[in-house]
Design a protein. Structure first.
Lengths: 279, 358
């Protein structure tokens, strides 16, 4: 409670970041409290009530199987958060390991790794994610792995750059003098010092990760029906767009709001933690 | 600067030759790098298509195929050979335009992709044209009026741009402009009752102009508006922010202050002096945006039934048509690499400092 005035000051100074944080908090709440907030089971079929417009019984309408769209949107928050956090988490961990090892060892290992990363960046993100996802097999878990792999080069470049600078600092040289092993230096000295910039990058990347994962589900390579995934719901709702507008509209609104929240929050975190990066 | 060279004395021949040699060397070195990157691209696509899937032959013949069929397919694909040899065969095939046969249509993948390529190119070019035509003025305006409502509006546009799911934006645009307002068609490249223009380039708008077919021109432009605006909108935001940041940097430079001190009008300073330099970094972003547009085309073409490579690949996904998916990946990556190489060279031509470094 002692820090409350500080948080109030930060919220006043960065109103857009505060708005982003509030949206993120709401989405997290929706995901966590979905069983309490959702009026129906997201997979329960109510066939007599199929394709009902928004109304008192179904606030956001129903789909072609009579499933409640509000309940599905609320449960969908879980999948989207899982996708966003899973993708940046995997990519950040992978990037930290590859970037720190290649930067620390240097020489051919570094050269080959960095060229491979450059080549991966020669593919548009969605296109490489699509190919990887198709190769791994279309399901939600594989789509997360595919997007994470595509995003690894961003973190590898960042961590490798940081490693090159950190390994020249006195405390690392001192650790070497004491005979510390490479693994020890990387895990105890290099990685902890890379953490803050990686967290900033990861926070900035969650919104885009959610968008790509939703896009993969939309084209049939991510979560498969009847999972209440927002991208997959928009895809199913597309068939009914002209007569049952609510079906595709509300899951899309949910993606839009969630991604705006994460982008505003990520921009703010970057501005607060590293003002030099401000665009 | 064309205006500046009009009254300039002719350059000595040796200087011209030296400059051309430098440029030639630069182009050759870039070409070498390009070949290496393209080799790398094929290596990644080989890994994705041959190494990551548990069994590519199984993917081709299906889960219910007998062991004999599977073994025959493995042999036909060369999967019983060492991996490095498989890569060489793969590379050899690609060099000869062999991307395999589509499982869905039973036709060679490359010839199918070439059929769909002009539609994707046309959509991407128009989307890029819109993103550049709207993004640059928006960026300039928000830099010139920093911290005013115009600047805030530009920032909000940028955040909305990077946060909007492209596939959903397309659907909402259809709902508004096709269903409710009835202003624009729902999809396709041209009205089904109108014959496509005579084929010159495969780009309908250009072909309609070349063949003087005004009816086809009107229809193809109307069909392009919604998909191109939706696809371009996302990149507009990125370009506007880049131009803004780079304009702000240039406006702080000494030569701009000197121009101000000399009493040159503000408009003249912004458009004649600042913008030229501010646009140089924007060129790189425009090159990179092409990749995003090619990726985005997958979604836009699906929404608007646009018969391009993006729709082709999405149609292939439901059949798990792996040769088609990988063919698409290679074509897009190669196109993207070529665009970025062109942008890189353009960047060198535009920026004398970089030219001197080389």
């Amino acid at each position: 409670m002692k820090r409350a005035p500080y948080y109030l000051y930060m919220m006043k100074r960065y109103p857009l970041t505060a708005a982003g944080a509030a949206i993120v908090l709401l989405v997290v709440l929706a995901a966590v409290c979905a069983p309490v907030l959702a009026p129906y089971d997201p997979l329960a079929l109510h066939l007599p009530d199929r394709l009902q417009p928004p109304g008192p019984a179904y606030p956001l309408g129903t789909d072609e199987m009579g499933r409640d769209i509000l309940s599905r949107v609320l449960y969908g928050a879980r999948l989207s958060l899982l996708a966003g956090l899973g993708i940046v988490g995997l990519a950040a961990v992978g990037g930290m390991v590859i970037g720190s090892v290649s930067g620390f060892i240097g020489g051919r290992v570094e050269l080959v790794t960095m060229r491979l990363m450059d080549i991966m960046l020669a593919f548009p993100s969605l296109v490489l994610a699509l190919a990887l996802s198709a190769a791994l097999g279309p399901n939600f878990r594989n789509s997360i792995i595919a997007v994470a792999v595509v995003k690894i080069p961003v973190y590898v470049r960042l961590v490798r750059g940081l490693t090159l600078s950190i390994k020249e600092r006195q405390f690392v040289k001192a650790a070497r003098t004491f005979g510390a092993s490479r693994a020890w230096i990387i895990s105890r000295h290099i990685l902890p010092n890379c953490l803050a910039p990686v967290i900033v990058q990861a926070t900035l990347g969650i919104g885009e990760a959610i968008l790509i994962a939703a896009a993969l589900s939309f084209i049939g390579l991510g979560a498969q029906p009847p999972a209440p995934e927002w991208g997959a719901m928009v895809s199913m709702g597309r068939t009914y767009l002209l007569d049952q507008w609510w079906y595709a509209t509300f899951p899309g609104v949910a993606i839009f709001i969630t991604v705006i929240g994460f982008n505003l929050f990520g921009d703010g975190v970057r501005d607060i933690l590293d003002p030099r990066l401000r665009g | 600067m064309p205006g500046g060279s009009r009254h300039a004395p002719p350059l000595p021949t040796s200087a011209v030759t030296g400059w051309s040699m430098k440029n030639l060397r630069l182009v050759l070195s870039r070409f070498g790098q390009l070949l290496l990157v393209l080799l790398g691209v094929t290596f990644v696509t080989f890994l994705v298509s041959h190494v990551i899937p548990g069994d590519p032959a199984r993917m081709l013949v299906g889960q219910r195929a007998s062991e004999e069929t599977l073994a025959a397919m493995r042999h036909a694909l060369g999967l019983d050979q060492p991996v490095w040899l498989q890569y060489l065969h793969y590379l050899w095939g690609l060099l000869h335009g062999d991307m395999g046969v589509s499982i869905r249509t039973q036709r060679p993948v490359l010839s199918e992709l070439l059929t769909y390529f002009p539609a994707t190119l046309e959509l991407t070019l128009w989307a890029m044209g819109f993103a550049v035509a709207a993004g640059i003025p928006l960026g300039v305006l928000s830099a010139a009026r920093r911290d005013t409502p115009v600047d805030h509006a530009s920032r909000i546009t940028a955040i909305l741009g990077v946060s909007t799911p492209l596939f959903w934006l397309g659907l909402m645009a259809l709902l508004l402009f096709y269903k409710h307002l009835g202003w624009l068609p729902s999809g396709g490249r041209i009205d089904v009752l109108i014959n496509p223009p005579t084929h010159f380039t495969g780009l309908y708008v250009l072909d309609s102009i070349l063949s003087g077919d005004l009816i086809a021109l009107k229809s193809s432009v109307l069909h392009l508006i919604l998909p191109a605006l939706c696809l371009g909108y996302i990149q507009l935001a990125t370009i506007a922010r880049m131009v803004r940041a780079s304009m702000l940097e240039v406006l702080e430079m000494d030569y701009i202050k000197t121009a101000r001190a000399n009493g040159i009008p503000r408009r003249g300073i912004i458009y004649r002096h600042a913008l030229r330099n501010a646009l140089i970094p924007a060129v790189t972003i425009i090159g990179l945006s092409f990749g995003e547009l090619l990726g985005g085309a997958i979604l836009t073409e699906t929404i608007f039934a646009w018969p391009g490579m993006g729709k082709y690949v999405v149609d292939s996904i439901s059949f798990l048509d792996f040769p088609a998916i990988m063919g698409f990946t290679i074509v897009v990556a190669v196109f993207y690499v070529l665009i970025n190489m062109a942008v890189d060279l353009l960047y060198t031509v535009l920026d004398p400092q970089i030219r001197e470094v080389h």
